[in-house]
Design a protein around this ligand. Structure first.
Ligand SMILES: Cc1ncc(COP(=O)(O)O)c(C=O)c1O
Length: 377
């Protein structure tokens, strides 16, 4: 029988938003301004994010998914093309490829950080490859130099990497396009929303046409391309701007939460965090551990259930996309991806957020310690 006497009284949320009066006031001001849709707020977010991301252009969009999709459309990717990507990501990454009519080609990840393996990317290039779509998992930049060296267009999925630097260079202006998410759990969160960063004037121009129908000469509207409805409202831009003001403070809190977890899990046999490369700046977006069932005494799923019984919410980043029903039935001819497949059974993300106190994180650690002691006994 489990001893529940030490269990947290209330559920510790996995990644609750860190919202306070600043966001509430920003939304109220926007509503009073009369701008509900895309207006000066979205334009200000684009300017400030271009500075922050060190990119020539930033375009505000409805979601990270829309940013990925429109990036591929702007690069002219379509049916009969292939885009190489990682299976360890949120399905949106691969879905964006599918939405263009192109084929996602999954290649395996590196065991240490579960980021796409550049050597395998190079082996997967064919005459149909039109782009590479890597993901910076959890905030650790993937190894971009060997990917850029292949000479193909690169679209980075930087949904987890708002603060990241690769070898000192800010993620945002390093590839043809870099896509960010403003989803509720992200480091800069607006609830929903996305940002597309690029140094390419042609891509920025194409995205302006694709995200929202543009006016013609001012007297009549005109249409140059049958675009999408993927613009960001000023109400959401206001929240994102308030979050951007706090990015350094929030980052410091998350860094401290990582340090608390690092110190604790060092003692837990069979539980290992993903590797972080000291040459890079990590965005501390997700604290992902791998649970080796043999040495940790139980599977990831058993740990997750036991932590839920302890009132500690956790999450999984990620189940391999090629194993999800829709992809499994259509892409079964693709090569096995053993590292990703094993990782999909082992990864568990522990709760962290600037909204959590250090005591909250200590509660999560204490619960993990009790669960580990029980399973590993
Ligand atoms: C790695 C990754 N890519 C893309 C997305 C999609 O972003 P959005 O939810 O803003 O569409 C997410 C998560 O939301 C993500 O985690």
């Amino acid at each position: 029988m489990q001893d529940v006497s030490q269990r947290r009284a209330t559920m510790l949320g996995f990644q609750p938003p860190a919202i306070d009066e600043a966001e509430i006031a920003a939304v109220a001001d926007t509503l009073r301004s009369g701008w509900l849709t895309t207006g000066p707020g979205a334009a200000e977010l684009e300017r400030r994010m271009a500075d922050y991301l060190e990119a020539d252009h930033v375009l505000a969009l409805a979601s990270g998914t829309a940013a990925l999709h429109l990036a591929l459309v702007a690069l002219g990717i379509g049916p009969s093309d292939e885009v190489i990507t990682t299976p360890i990501t949120w399905p949106a990454t691969a879905n964006a490829v599918v939405h263009t009519g192109a084929t996602p080609v999954f290649v395996d990840v590196r065991d240490e950080d579960l980021n796409i393996d550049p050597a395998r990317v190079s082996e997967a290039v064919t005459s149909r490859t039109r782009a590479i779509l890597p993901v910076h998992l959890a905030g650790q930049p993937c190894d971009l130099d060997p990917i850029h060296a292949l000479g193909l267009p690169v679209v980075e999925d930087a949904a987890h990497a708002a603060e990241s630097r690769y070898r000192g260079r800010k993620i945002g202006g390093l590839s043809d396009v870099t896509c960010f998410s403003l989803y509720a759990t992200k480091n800069i969160a607006a609830g929903e929303g996305g940002l597309l960063a690029t140094n390419r004037d042609d891509v920025a121009e194409a995205i302006r046409d694709l995200r929202l129908m543009r006016r013609g000469d001012g007297s009549r509207y005109d249409l140059v391309v049958p675009g999408y409805k993927a613009n960001l409202s000023d109400v959401l831009a206001a929240i994102a701007l308030a979050q951007l003001d706090k990015v350094e403070r929030h980052s410091a809190i998350r860094r401290r939460q990582f340090a608390l977890y690092d110190e604790a899990v060092a003692d837990f046999e069979g539980i290992e965090p993903l590797a972080r490369d000291e040459r890079d700046t990590h965005a501390f977006h997700l604290y992902v551990v791998r649970i080796d069932a043999e040495s940790a005494g139980a599977t990831r799923d058993e740990y997750q259930r036991a932590l839920a019984d302890e009132n500690i919410a956790t999450s999984i980043h990620f189940l391999p996309v090629h194993r999800l029903s829709w992809y499994r039935t259509r892409f079964s001819q693709q090569v096995p991806l053993p590292i990703a497949e094993r990782a999909g059974d082992e990864v568990l993300s522990l709760p962290m957020s600037p909204a959590h106190s250090e005591d909250d994180i200590r509660d999560a650690i204490a619960a993990l310690r009790r669960v580990h002691e029980r399973f590993a006994a």
